[in-house]
Ligand binder design. Structure first.
Ligand SMILES: Nc1ncnc2c1ncn2[C@@H]1O[C@H](COP(=O)(O)OP(=O)(O)OP(=O)(O)O)[C@@H](O)[C@H]1O
Length: 270
């Protein structure tokens, strides 16, 4: 079976020409290796979480998988086709919703933006944006659609970012620490929302996070990264029953066993 998304032998280095003030001169360019020959695959319908220590290269990995940054070597394929730019059918949700939404566009226009880029006519954009806003639980459409992002709470803004991610009917969502900037209750609500959207829309998910509990809660499989330069050092199957529930899933002894196993893998590598 062809994986929906597959990465093979991904390497990524940045060249840093750091100037040294104390020395008065500049140090020679130095390659910083961030991804060290990384392989991963996401099957259709699967939810994969990637956890790794801070600075491991998680965001870099996500940008390369999304076609937003080219690998130094290796390859990403989406539905068997090499990724050379953002593929149609893949949407990204970033942690920093405040910067990912445009402050000068109201909510409805922010959500409809991917459709505008596809040349979808205005009335159709509005209809589909409204539908997407309903799906993410922003029911007070008249108020929310015409508000500006900065008039909404952090949790609502992240719902708007999710609405924009689903508006064009993607098959795969790539999420980069999507709930890191909100309080614990909002974070739990947003995790359940993403799992609901996955069920309703038949989405596949790849979530990058440093939160072990979140990884186990969201995923069918957790990949553990080594510290930079990142490699996949563990691949754990999560057999917890679906649908997940903040109460019963987290109280399940299997949840505790899995989170301990992921923690142990992170400690071993650190
Ligand atoms: N554009 C860039 N130029 C140079 N170095 C970069 C660039 N982007 C990332 N890096 C370096 O790559 C390394 C990994 O960064 P990245 O943000 O991918 O890690 P991360 O695991 O997402 O970190 P965190 O857990 O803190 O969010 C860091 O050392 C960072 O300084």
């Amino acid at each position: 079976m062809t994986a929906l998304l597959a990465a093979t032998g991904l390497r990524k280095s940045f060249s840093s020409r750091a100037s040294s003030r104390r020395g008065g001169g500049s140090r020679p360019a130095e390659d910083v290796e961030v991804l060290a020959g990384l392989d991963l695959a996401v099957a259709a319908g699967e939810s994969v979480a990637v956890v790794g220590p801070s600075g491991a290269g998680k965001s870099t990995l996500l940008r390369v998988l999304a076609g937003l940054s080219a690998p130094s070597s290796g390859e990403v394929r989406y539905r068997g086709t090499p990724v050379t730019g953002p593929p149609e059918g893949v949407a990204v949700v970033f942690q920093d919703y405040a910067r990912s939404l445009f402050p000068w566009l109201n909510v409805q226009r922010n959500v409809g933006l991917p459709l505008r880029e596809q040349g979808v006519p205005r009335a159709e954009r509005q209809r589909r944006a409204t539908q997407a806003l309903r799906m993410v639980g922003l029911d007070d459409i008249d108020r929310v659609a015409h508000a500006y992002p900065w008039e909404l709470s952090g949790g609502m803004q992240q719902r708007v970012a999710l609405a924009r991610a689903i508006v064009a009917g993607p098959h795969l969502l790539l999420l980069d620490e999507p709930f890191a900037a909100v309080d614990a209750q909002t974070r739990a609500d947003l995790q359940d929302l993403v799992l609901d959207l996955r069920r309703q829309l038949g989405l596949s998910l790849l979530t990058v996070t440093h939160d072990v509990d979140e990884a186990v809660y969201l995923a069918d499989r957790v990949l553990v990264l080594s510290p930079r330069p990142a490699r996949v050092i563990d691949d754990l199957h999560v057999g917890l029953p679906q649908p997940r529930s903040q109460l019963t899933t987290r109280a399940d002894p299997e949840f505790t066993r899995l989170r301990t196993e992921v923690q142990a893998a992170l400690v071993r590598t650190g």
